[in-house]
Structure formats: C-alpha cells, structure tokens
Design a protein around this ligand. Structure first.
Ligand SMILES: Cc1cc2nc3c(=O)[nH]c(=O)nc-3n(C[C@H](O)[C@H](O)[C@H](O)COP(=O)(O)O)c2cc1C
Length: 119
C-alpha cells in the first residue's frame, strides 16, 4: 500500500486518514520523504492549497503519485479545489474529493481507488 502524506490544521483530514487504516504521515515543517506517496490536502483561503502543503511538495513533489482533495461544500466552486490544483500542477490523478472527514461512501470510494493503485 502506498504511503499517505496528509496535512491537517483542524483535524478533519487527520480523522479521514485514520479511517483509511493504512500507513500515513502527517506533513510537518521540513518533512522529507524518500518513497512514493499519495497526498491528502484540505483547501483553505478561497480555494487555495495550504502553504504548508505547497512547501512540502516543493521538496517532495517528485514522489507524488496521486492526490485527494478535501474541503467543505459551503465554499461552492472552491470546494476541495486544492486537490484539483495539485493534480494539474504535478500531473497526477485526482483520486477523489471528500467533505470534512469524509462520508462513509466517500471513504469507501477512496479506499477502493487506493487499492486499485497497487494493481
Ligand atoms: C479560513 C478557512 C478557509 C477555508 N476555505 C475553503 C475553501 O476555499 N474550499 C473548501 O472546500 N473548504 C474550505 N475550508 C474548509 C476546510 O477545507 C475544511 O474544514 C477541511 O476539512 C479542513 O481540514 P483540516 O481540519 O484537516 O484542517 C476553509 C476553512 C477555513 C477555516
């Protein structure tokens, strides 16, 4: 199973990743990964990728294999936009989008897509 790297400021993304039940690392300043990983990133500040994630990808983006975007639907067109931005910029597949800590259905869908990555 691919390693998951995630950023979480208020805990929603962390709770989602915990539900997936596979190896994961939280993005902290200066984190360097030497292996492939799937990124899970929330969206902040009007549809933006969090600065901490941008900085992390600047150093580790070569190992990025796929991305999952998170957000809150109240943000309309900017909902979970960080995932779409990273997918375009790094040319990796967007595995899906989740709201807050993810519904049961969203979580199952992502789990299945992560499994398919290993085939
Ligand atoms: C200041 C602020 C700005 C936000 N901007 C967006 C946004 O543009 N798009 C979106 O989908 N969600 C937005 N959100 C919602 C967060 O992405 C959502 O709460 C997410 O689950 C936070 O993840 P975390 O708890 O792991 O930090 C915003 C939340 C805050 C507090």
């Amino acid at each position: 199973m691919t390693l998951i790297a995630y950023y979480s400021k208020t805990g929603n993304t962390r709770r989602f990743v915990d539900k997936l039940g596979q190896s994961a690392v939280e993005i902290t300043p200066g984190l360097t990964l030497e292996q492939p990983f799937v990124l899970v990133t929330p969206t902040y500040n009007f549809g933006q990728v969090p600065l901490e994630v941008t900085e992390f990808l600047y150093r580790n983006g070569d190992h990025l294999t796929a991305v999952i975007g998170a957000g809150n639907r109240v943000w309309g067109a900017n909902y979970a936009r960080a995932g779409r931005l990273v997918s375009e910029q790094y040319n990796v597949p967007l595995l899906g989008e989740i709201e807050l800590a993810g519904t049961t259905q969203e979580t199952e869908n992502i789990r299945e897509r992560l499994r398919l990555l290993d085939d």
